[in-house]
Design a protein around this ligand. Structure first.
Ligand SMILES: CCCCCCCCCCCCCCCC(=O)SCCNC(=O)CCNC(=O)[C@H](O)C(C)(C)COP(=O)(O)OP(=O)(O)OC[C@H]1O[C@@H](n2cnc3c(N)ncnc32)[C@H](O)[C@@H]1OP(=O)(O)O
Length: 221
């Protein structure tokens, strides 16, 4: 049975704007989900958010998702798209295998966490962490292939930020192989200073001050 995905969005007056109902039919298995699961407000893109077409640099060189100093990491790259969207790509290498020659599902979820975290962090420019991540694996993703992921902001409700993403196999308009939805929760910077590694945070602060960086974190936006 063909895969059918219907997304209906409707304005709900001053209370919020996004209410999506997804009806998914795959091989006779039907599920109905509302996304986002609560009423939300339109995302407020930060005035200093990078502009459409901007190629994003790694937010932290040791990040498993995008860091250049992380051997075996996903080495993802991202650009800002039109609207509340980020385009990311992930090329699956032998380090990312689960079954022989196929990407490990957990790493695919990781790629989506990265893409979703990027759209949240870069467009809202608020520190936020993943609270919940849900992934649908639609097709196997072979080693050597590139997943083209489009992640978008779906809405906010207080500190809660809802985002979703689709990964197309081989080309931006290739077949959908993976989809994901996530809740991010905006946190204070103390989340990182209290629970993170002080030396690593200092390294991040120092690199953000480098004059050639045009994407410096705005600690007090
Ligand atoms: C600054 C400029 C940036 C510049 C550019 C940056 C680019 C940046 C790119 C990043 C790219 C990497 C992206 C990777 C991102 C990670 O992978 S982050 C690592 C994985 N996540 C974590 O470690 C988070 C661990 N969890 C926690 O610390 C805490 O549970 C949380 C999530 C902060 C929430 O705790 P809390 O602050 O005490 O808040 P809490 O009241 O429990 O929850 C807040 C709301 O969220 C709801 N909620 C929380 N968790 C859940 C859940 N699992 N299910 C449903 N609802 C939930 C609560 O019910 C509550 O709802 P309301 O009552 O408000 O309606």
């Amino acid at each position: 049975m063909p895969h059918v995905l219907l997304i209906a969005r409707r304005a709900v007056g001053h209370l919020g704007y996004v209410s999506a109902v997804r009806v998914v039919s795959v091989d006779g298995v039907h599920s109905v989900q509302q996304w986002p699961p609560v009423e939300t407000q339109p995302p407020q893109v930060h005035p200093k958010a990078p502009e459409q077409g901007a190629e994003l640099t790694s937010h932290y060189s040791e990040c498993f998702g995008c860091g250049e100093d992380q051997p075996g990491g996903l080495h993802m790259s991202s650009t800002i798209g039109a609207g509340h969207v980020v385009h990311s790509s992930f090329t699956v290498s032998a380090e990312h295998q689960g079954a022989p020659g196929l990407a490990h599902g957990g790493l695919l979820s990781c790629a989506f966490d990265e893409a979703l975290g990027t759209v949240v962090g870069q467009l809202l420019r608020k520190p936020a962490v993943t609270g919940k991540l849900e992934t649908d694996f639609r097709r196997p993703v072979p080693v050597g292939s590139t997943l083209h992921i489009t992640a978008e902001l779906d809405g906010t409700a207080g500190r809660k930020v809802y985002a979703s993403a689709r990964g197309h196999l081989g080309a931006p308009d290739g077949p959908v192989a993976v989809e994901a939805r996530a809740l991010f929760v905006v946190v204070d910077l103390e989340h990182f200073t209290e629970h993170g590694d002080q030396d690593a945070l200092k390294k991040l602060r120092d690199s953000a001050r480098e004059p050639e960086r045009t994407d410096r974190w705005d600690i007090n936006p």
